[in-house]
Design a binder for this molecule. Sequence first.
Ligand SMILES: [Zn+2]
Length: 481
Amino acid sequence: MTPAEATAPQRVTTPLLHGVNTLLDTPLLPLTDDEIIDTVHDIEHARRILDAAEHRVLVQVCERSIPDKTGTGTLPKFLMHTLRISHRDAAQRNTAVTELGTFHNLHGDQREPQHPETANALAEGAICAEHARKISEILKKIPRHTLAEKYVAAETALADYARTVHVDDMSKVGAKLLSYLDLEGPAPDHRERQRRRGLHLAKPGVDEMARLTGDLTPELTALLEPVLAKWARPGMNNPDDPDSPRGDCEHVDRKAMVAAASRDTRTTAQRNHDAILALLHPETKVDHLGTHRGLPVELILTMGIDQLEEAAGVATTATGGTVPISEALALAAHAKPYLLIFDTHSQPLHFSRRRLASPDQRRVLTATLRGCSRPGCDAPASMCAVHHVTEWARGGPTGIDNLTLACDACHALVNDGPNGWKTVVMDRTSDYPGRVGWIAPKHVDPHQRPRVNHRHHPDELITEARETRRRENQTPPHPTE
Ligand SMILES: [Zn+2]
């Protein structure tokens, strides 16, 4: 402790500052790698709960009208003047307090925060301030006509989800959640979509490049995505790489493709472009292309029996897209697509083919899992390989119960080493019996809890959120202050 600290009056924050100073003075060289990793975790945890603590204090600043008393007028201005922080930082903290702070009514009773589950998660150190900001951004996009109950369920779902995923992944799951919420409401207007459909190829500019823009119907999107998934896969049809395999990824040497993928530096947009180029190129063998002319390459539609009966909601495609049920039924009327219907408990009820031969197992996995099964991964089923939970070499059966989908990147993470991920079949007592759970290495998840991937199942997030709320409403609230 410095002499200045020793003479400073004791404040509520004195132990906090003392603790941080101790950390600053502690020699770190003697610590083991594991201890350093733990320290990284602890500092982040402290930063998060410190944000929650700051919200409590800033609520006091607001409720005591301190900005008025100091002549700054508003909380952001007060923060900018007293802390010398940027306008942007002040605005973000102001929003955070408004949404996550526990304010009081005129009688002094606590009011629930606007985003209560996000506030709880932050106060537990389970999410960071940026997670909370992403949740706020996503919630702002929820249509005004949405029922309050659904809004609450969405907030709970997002806060739950944020506890296990990267900040960068929040927007993607948010988009899925929103499309799910949106489409639960008024049915999407088929006529409006038909009116807006279009593909516009502009005249080439001075650089001889032509701009292609358009609005594709869900039907065309559902047919185009599987083609791009195969032809635009990393490593495929790369004009800059003479050894890059041509055609669709299912009919080429896999080793050559993986090797080409490791050299592939193209963006997704560039790969899509090259895929169309390869598809239309005169050198592409017609008989080879012929297998794709009768599109879809492979279209797997999944829907719930309740959705089917009501002919409302969305079906999911193997490439992670959604198609309104009415259009999905129109597609399914043709022989090519595979249609898998679930009962209300998400158990497969009907598959458009009876015998479960190996390709059919893959189709069932595609329809059930919709994508990579590692928590947080958003690779669609079309980018995944079938993964044995218990390896064949160790006596694992090839039965569907022992199989899951994993994308190449996630598949490579599975190993028995200390930094490897493990996969297990979730037991009967879990919320997702029979699904494959992933256990992160110790430095990611010290508790070693198996988790399933909700990324491709926004409906599960909502159901889980409703359950959480129901359980919370049954237990009496505990005093937090
Ligand atoms: Zn993955």
